[in-house]
Design a protein. Structure first.
Length: 480
């Protein structure tokens, strides 16, 4: 089983010989990961797109698909090193632009096992216990979203985008023809896209204040809509982490006979933390809830879920394919999995989520959420006290939004500071366009999305000075 050339294909992971091969190769991959991480040093590769592309080209002079392979160990070592060196690394606190979390080691390790066994979640005969574990996971998640509805159910998705798509699909199937989507101005772009994909008219947009949907504006809007409506509220906006007033919005929906879908892709797991759960009060009134455990949840991508208060709502996904879920197989007791997704072949993402839930429990999950939010509150206080920076507002969750404390040119300074820090490899900082300008015009803000549960405010305070310096008007000294 040597491999002087790349033609040795004996290392299929299945079976004990394959496990031995895996045990040889995983350390090679981890060594590459360590070497590349050390080579990079900071949050991001230095030099920007041109440097990263040049490094790849230099590493692969004969291209990615040479006539003769280089062998498994060499390819794995080389490309793992390259990937680590050229990645932005969410395990580095200064990599804080997006809802892009550092995955827990336990979840990544679990994924090795899932990958080796490769269950496919579209039929029981490809995923016997994996499908039972997925059921246990989705039941647990539905219980978190709907503590008052014991029959609630959930399905696994690829993320918030698919959860919003399926949520709106189920709303359309429930309502019949003529459904209108009504969303806040703060909604994720995937909501409008889902409406487009589903052949629905473009969503009606409801005004927000401080990035939260205004219940009276929703009521006015629903009074105008002819026919059935589904309202999409957001629990944790992508721009600021703001959480819509869900209880009030649910009441307005009830009064107008509208369905309610809550996009809790970011904020959902805050239900695990008693000091934060109040923010999500009313979420259990929604017909469906989107969650992303590759944000708060610390899973490798992808780890989305869609929960429904009434499990029958999911019946709309039922589909028959004789080779996967023949009616006689189902009658004979083989669980029908095909209707648990809009996909067919599907990774066992539930496995690493299940391992993580079991390892941390509700309290452990909540504690990680709490730490991120507490750190964000401290960083926000430091921003507020910083002479060169202006805070957008108190973080509801773990997003800190701010801009240079100068007037007219701040938009430009924000945009260029972000690119400068990224291209130097110093820090990955986000941006958000928010309607804070005169007459509600958009202005650009900088954003730190803090998802590193073990980073502390002390990790970020020096970054504020670095950002302030990068965003200073040319020729000005920045007070720090
Ligand atoms: C991240 C996010 C999404 C999209 O989720 P993906 O997992 O990237 O598909 C949708 N809505 C909100 C509020 C989000 O934060």
């Amino acid at each position: 089983m040597g491999e002087p050339n790349g033609t040795d294909t004996s290392g299929v992971t299945a079976g004990l010989a394959g496990h031995d091969r895996l045990a040889e190769l995983v350390p090679v991959a981890l060594a590459g990961l360590a070497a590349g991480t050390a080579e990079r040093g900071g949050a991001a590769p230095a030099g920007g797109p041109a440097a990263v592309a040049a490094q790849l080209a230099a590493a692969l002079p004969d291209g990615l698909l040479p006539a003769e392979g280089v062998g498994e160990r060499a390819a794995l070592s080389e490309l793992s090193t390259l990937l680590a060196a050229g990645s932005v690394d969410p395990a580095q606190p200064w990599c804080a632009a997006h809802l892009h979390c550092p995955p827990l080691a336990v979840a990544v390790a679990a994924d090795v096992v899932a990958g080796a066994l490769n269950p496919s979640m579209d039929s029981w005969d490809q995923a016997p216990v994996a499908s039972e574990l997925e059921r246990a996971l989705t039941t647990a998640v539905a219980g978190l979203c709907y503590p008052g509805a014991p029959g609630a159910d959930a399905v696994v998705t690829s993320g918030g985008t698919e959860s919003n798509l399926v949520g709106l699909l189920l709303a359309r199937e429930h309502a019949g023809p003529g459904l209108r989507v009504v969303r806040g101005a703060n909604a994720h772009h995937s909501v409008a896209r889902a409406a487009w994909l589903l052949g629905l008219p473009a969503p009606v947009v409801v005004g927000c204040e401080r990035d939260r949907m205004v219940p009276s504006a929703l009521a006015a809007c629903l009074s105008e809509v002819d026919g059935p409506a589904v309202v999409v509220a957001t629990a944790g906006t992508t721009n600021t982490g703001a959480v819509d007033p869900l209880r009030d919005l649910a009441r307005v929906c009830r009064e107008h006979g509208a369905q309610l879908h809550v996009d809790a892709a970011y904020g959902g797991p805050a239900v695990c933390e008693p000091t934060l759960a109040g923010l999500l009060d009313g979420m259990g009134e929604a017909d469906s809830v989107a969650l992303d455990l590759h944000k708060f949840g610390w899973q490798p991508i992808s780890a989305g879920l869609l929960a429904c208060r009434d499990p029958r709502r999911l019946d709309a996904l039922t589909v028959r394919a004789d080779y996967l879920n023949a009616a006689d197989d189902t009658e004979a007791g083989l669980p029908d999995l095909l209707g648990r997704s809009i996909r067919t072949s599907r990774r066992p993402d539930a496995f690493r989520m299940a391992v993580t839930f079991r390892a941390l429990g509700v309290r452990g999950m909540g504690e990680l959420v709490r730490r991120c939010c507490a750190t964000a509150a401290e960083v926000a206080a430091a921003v507020a006290a910083h002479p060169a920076l202006r805070l957008w507002g108190e973080p509801a969750l773990s997003t800190v939004v701010f801009r240079p404390a100068v007037g007219a040119t701040a938009d430009e300074l924000v945009a260029t500071a972000r690119r400068t820090l990224l291209e130097s490899g110093t820090a990955v900082v986000g941006r958000a366009a928010l309607p804070t300008g005169p007459d509600g015009a958009d202005e650009l803000w900088l954003k730190l999305t803090l998802l590193h549960p073990h980073a502390t405010a002390a990790d970020y305070l020096p970054l504020l000075d670095v950002i302030a310096a990068a965003a200073a008007p040319v020729g000005e000294q920045v007070p720090s």
